[in-house]
Design a protein around this ligand. Structure first.
Ligand code: SF4
Ligand code: SF4
Length: 180
């Protein structure tokens, strides 16, 4: 008898708890801030250019060889409006091959690439897998459109790139006329 009551009580608890899943894709749970979705490039809104210099460290470190980068001399540097001598010219990532390991984010010395833990950064269903090859415009589009996006870079990496971020911010401040 006690066993039967225990089962009934457990069943009542489950019913009272309510559903623990949602009806995806009509409803979506918020992704955790550390969710590994896909890597995107970061746009520097004050300097109006990508943070990416095209150094190629990420592509060299990518374990599945799904990235390629080429750089060019940065005309903004020659014009005195950027502190980066080079800038990314072409950047491709094949999201169909990317395994979202985060290594590209971890090796970047320029704070230029990060995972975007939003469904928009995650849902990439296509009929043709060639459409999963993202180019520079695709990779910059989210950051360029919204400065508030919650890109995720691990704390340890942020510590390593702190100096770069400070240098960029200081350069932008001086450019805007905030220097001494
Ligand atoms: S997350 Fe990993 S697999 Fe994907 S592009 Fe970066 S290094 Fe390559
Ligand atoms: S994302 Fe970072 S590591 Fe990759 S090419 Fe750009 S600056 Fe270099």
């Amino acid at each position: 008898m006690r066993g039967v009551l225990k089962v009934i009580s457990r069943g009542a608890q489950v019913v009272a708890r309510g559903p623990v899943t949602v009806h995806y894709p009509y409803e979506k749970k918020q992704l955790p801030k550390r969710a590994r979705t896909f890597p995107y490039l970061i746009w520097h809104h004050d300097l109006n250019e990508p943070n990416c210099t095209g150094c190629g460290k990420c592509a060299a470190a990518c374990p599945v060889d799904c990235m390629s980068t080429t750089l060019t001399k940065n005309p903004a540097h020659a014009a005195g409006t950027s502190n980066h001598k080079s800038v990314i010219k072409d950047f491709y990532i094949d999201f169909g091959r990317c395994m979202r390991c985060n290594i590209c984010v971890e090796v970047c010395p320029f704070d230029a690439i990060a995972m975007l833990p939003l469904w928009e950064g995650h849902e990439q269903t296509k009929y043709d897998r060639r459409e999963l090859v993202m180019d520079l415009d695709d990779l910059l589009a989210p950051s360029r459109a919204d400065v508030e996006l919650p890109f995720w870079i691990p704390e340890t990496i942020l510590e390593k790139t702190e100096k770069e971020r400070v240098n960029r911010a200081e350069f932008a401040r001086q450019l805007a006329g905030g220097g001494d």
